[in-house]
Design a protein around this ligand. Sequence first.
Ligand SMILES: [Zn+2]
Length: 106
Amino acid sequence: MDNQEITLYNDQDELVCPICGKKTHSLKRYKLKGLGFYLVLFSFYDHDVIACPECMRKAIRTVCLRYILRANVFFPLVLLINSAYYIAAGTKGHSNGLFYNSPYEF
Ligand SMILES: [Zn+2]
């Protein structure tokens, strides 16, 4: 029972965005994906972001810009994956697991 997530909020609750401080009914938590490609080596990056839709879209743009050069010829992959989050950020409601700390995070 220790690892079971208990949801203590619903979409009617206004939650505060930790980035801009505004209250929102749609607080999102996504693991944005970064990719580095250095000749033969790949490295993958996760950016765990909790934010309101506007701040989340800013974070997605920042991550995409940051990895365009690093991902080299694979940059369309970074754009493709993160554009799915960009679209999802516009949906109503909070993300599940907003306050859940995965045991796999460092
Ligand atoms: Zn915000």
